[in-house]
Design a protein around this ligand. Sequence first.
Ligand code: SAM
Length: 452
Amino acid sequence: MRVVELFSGAGGMSLGLKQSGFEIVQAYDAWPVAVANYNRNVGHHAKVADLGETLGIVPELLKLAPDIICGGPPCQDYSSAGRREEADNARLTLAFAVLVATVRPAWFLMENVVNAMKSETWAQARSILKASGYGLTECKIDASRYGVPQARRRLIVVGRIGERDGFLASSIAAAAAPQPMTLRDLFGATTPAAMYFPATSEARRSIWSPDEPAPTIRERSIRPLPVSYQPHPDDAALIANGYIYSRPVRAGRGVRSIDEPFPTMTRTAWERPTPRYLGSPHPADPVAASETAVLTIPQISRIQGFPIWWKWETSAKRDMLQMIANAVPPPVAAAIGCAILDREAGRSIPEVQGGFLQWLVRRGRSRPSARNVKSLAGRARRLLRGRTFDILALEIAALEGVAEFQAMRKTTQSDLRQALRLLAEYQASRGQKHRKQRQASAQPSANLAEAA
Ligand SMILES: C[S@@+](CC[C@H](N)C(=O)[O-])C[C@H]1O[C@@H](n2cnc3c(N)ncnc32)[C@H](O)[C@@H]1O
């Protein structure tokens, strides 16, 4: 799939998408420093452009005809941002929605802070995108479940023309790791406590210490790292210390263990604790903040998911930290990218929610009959290769166009149609419930899928 990225920054999102198999054709950002770093590391796709000037960029985007438009419009925390800043951010989130709605690629992907969901801006952007025909999946994700040791909560919105809302939620949820990734997982992985070299006979052992010479390496040997490998001294020091300090948000804890994820990365991740914090530390700090290790810039970059080979090019440390903190961690973008590519290729099927079964039972079906309808709905979705349709008549027409369906007995065909009808009815009733809840709590976003 061909990608155009808006607000591309230094290229965290682009790198992840590229790694998952997308072709980046063009990227835009207003900040020349970020564009230079993008072009040096991701590829020469980025150029400087002010995307607030939507009309100027539309002809170029239409000509590029991307399959997907991606981007993370600037997103200082909506709740804590100043009025002026929020107004500027709002304008650019709307610019993103207007550009997507005008160019109308088959897909779009947007990243933002979780608080954006409650903003008037997202409510407006959302209605622009809905009016343009997109089905939306809105997920709150925690990056530490998607390949980085960082408890970074973000809003991910994936849109696809003609789909039902929530169409990709189960795939994004399924991509989440069961446990959060910790700093030790990242920096300690380079010093395993033991190594596995499969023995060639029962008389020999298979577990070896990294402090001894390895057995003879054979073709089938599994060797996570060369035995001579020495971890980088900074990583070794971090693991040996076991704790780091990060400036707390809203009177939270400042000291973290390396067996936890780092909190959301900010420009201040390298700072030592202030005298004020040292004088009045958080009572739950496991060790004194003054004893903790200090993160280096390469470590900060890796916690944000940038690979070791990535070269930051700027004389200002402040700019470097800003670009890192702004980025979508590449492993997060790669995981979402894989979910999109799998669905596009018909390799993944949206899960039929468990609530459907209870709904059928409440409407008078026996459990076995409800189970049968649920499984028929899943079968119909497989025949549709994972596509869902916002309009039931289109869904049934698409099903009837599938050769495998046409070869089925009339009764099976009618059961499959009926299962899709019931599923659509169930989803419409849920949609109504969500709309009512939203109006009651004045929250603008529907179909909120808790991915992780
Ligand atoms: C949250 S960052 C995006 C980071 C990017 N997604 C990544 O993964 O690295 C937002 C970006 O929007 C850019 N930006 C702000 N105002 C802009 C404008 N008017 N036109 C284009 N880009 C703008 C900023 O320079 C910043 O790089």
